[in-house]
Write a protein that binds this ligand. Sequence first.
Ligand SMILES: [Zn+2]
Length: 331
Amino acid sequence: MKIRVNDVHPVKKTEQIRTLIKKVINDVARMENNNRLLSQCPICNGQIDFFTNINGFDLFSCNDCEHIFCNPYPTYEQLNRCYNGEIKKLENEIFLETFDKRVEIFLPRVDLLCRLKKDGKLLDIGSAVGVFIDALEKRNSRYHITCCDISRDSCEQLRKKNPDQSINIICDDFMNLDESSNNKFDIITLWDTIEHIIDVDGLLGKIKRLLNPNGIIAFSTPNTQSFLWSIAGTNHPQLTPPTHLNLFNTKSAHLLLNKNGFNVIEQHSLNASIDISFVKNLIKNKQAPIQNIGNFFQQCLNDPMFDEMLEKYLVSSHKAGNLIFIAKFSQ
Ligand SMILES: [Zn+2]
């Protein structure tokens, strides 16, 4: 079944949380921040340029790897204020309200993991209310699961959902996790978490120390070279500094992984129905510049795969340049 954007972002609550975030972030942007303004890309050390300002925070982009990041990065005091109880509580309400649809998004991810490793110890960093954990259960996965989340509210929800204590729940910053030899993992997952982290090299270093030999890491993060990004531009809903601090594309993600000693085994981009429905909403609300739509399709036309798909579409929807009729005399 196709998942659409409103299935996972219910209109009313999404509007509520946007208003709340705007209110909180206005105050946060005015808080003192003495962090250093970076003069190079944090991923590849390439040259950077100002990209846009959102919520009072400057975003820069790299001329080489096109990584987008908040510059300067916010302080921990500013982040603590953003992740206050009120926003997290409303976010968790949205997660719970749309739980089943979100589980559907995660089922293909579980299938990918099970194909690579059938069992072993799995650590999920940033589990939130446990959508991924539910997807693991739905697929009867055989992993021994540990969840780590810094939010008390989220861990409370996780405990409620797992009263039999079959999973290990750690309510702490993942950087504090025990690295002793009896606490190594075969799989470490981070779903939509890495974009919230300032020190992404530090994160991968920690993960490396927590992985068993032959262990794997799996993560998802917004793709700044997606269909939706190409159309929405600087109005993209994922441009939410200071909560989203590092926004990746294929090239910058590969560079980050490689420089920290990881090799990409597989790369995927799933659930495109959400992007398509989002773009349709933008078009309906006159928030999708025609120029952006034109640019996206112009680039696509150079891709042989798109070319072939478009040809099939034009033929089957009778939109090719010729019309051929075959008729028969009925009476
Ligand atoms: Zn770069």
